[in-house]
Design a protein around this ligand. Structure first.
Ligand code: 13P
Length: 251
């Protein structure tokens, strides 16, 4: 594995003015070129970001995509539409979409397939709730989530995804998983990839959940962690760049 991937997930945040300020600070900073860097933004800002990121080292991504290519699906956005705005990545199956918008395991697989068909890299999110962790079900839950994606994607397609391990209890809580917990789950995900992918070594496994400047270095120091999916800290240029620096040092 070469460079780590650091992707910001802006979630439901931003405005034309705030984005312009944030991206001006991030896109020209030298540290973003030392990692593979992306920002996943709300749909209405794709055109703004496409223009601002053109010629920079920061790639563009979205936070969701329709499983459908076209047709009577009011409110949906297709992968080919995202590709038209130079999106390289799209997050699928984020736990907030699973929990708040009732996204199902198989649907996440179909969204990943739609992304790949349009030339985008899906960032497939998996992770357990605190209740599931306390019940000792971590790898069972993640195995189920991955199996559903594997039931839609073949071994070749599975080699072209990114996996993000995001324990639900660590998201937005200020309580990151420990390095040992992350390494254990990433090893389990890697073992699943080895069983199901044509080229498992090339699949990046990111960690997400309260990654901040003060814990990024220890998380990225683990060889099993190929990068991070960053929520809150991706909205603060200084913090996001500090996380990119931490990833660059460990690449
Ligand atoms: P926080 O970094 O805010 O915990 O969010 C993580 C996340 O959900 C990224 O997708």
């Amino acid at each position: 594995m070469t460079k780590k991937l650091v992707a910001g997930n802006w979630k439901l945040n931003g405005s034309l003015a705030a984005n312009a300020e944030l991206v001006a600070d991030i896109a020209s900073a030298p540290e973003v070129a030392l990692v593979d860097c992306a920002v996943c933004v709300p749909y209405p800002y794709l055109a703004q970001l496409q223009a601002m990121l053109d010629g920079t080292a920061v790639a563009l991504g979205a936070q969701n995509v329709s499983e459908f290519a076209r047709g009577a699906y009011t409110g949906e956005v297709s992968a080919s539409m995202l590709a038209e705005f130079a999106c390289c990545y799209v997050i699928v199956g984020h736990s907030e979409r699973r929990a708040l918008f009732a996204e199902q395991d198989e649907q996440v697989g179909r969204k990943a397939a739609a992304a790949l068909a349009a030339g985008l890299t899906p960032v497939v999110c998996v992770g357990e709730t605190l209740e599931e962790r306390d019940a000792g079900l971590v790898m069972q839950v993640i195995g189920r989530q991955l199996d559903a994606v594997g039931s839609v994607l073949d071994a070749n397609a599975l080699s072209r995804i990114v996996v993000a391990y995001e324990p639900v209890w660590a998201i937005g809580s200020g309580r990151s998983a420990s390095v040992a917990q992350v390494v254990e789950v990433h090893e389990g995900i890697r073992a699943w990839l080895v069983r199901h992918c044509e080229a498992p070594a090339g699949v990046r496994i990111l960690y997400g959940g309260s990654v901040k400047p003060d814990n990024a270095a220890e998380l990225f120091a683990a060889a099993e962690v190929d990068g991070g999916l960053i929520g809150g800290a991706s909205l603060v240029a200084r913090d996001f760049l500090a996380i990119c620096r931490a990833a660059a040092i460990q690449s």
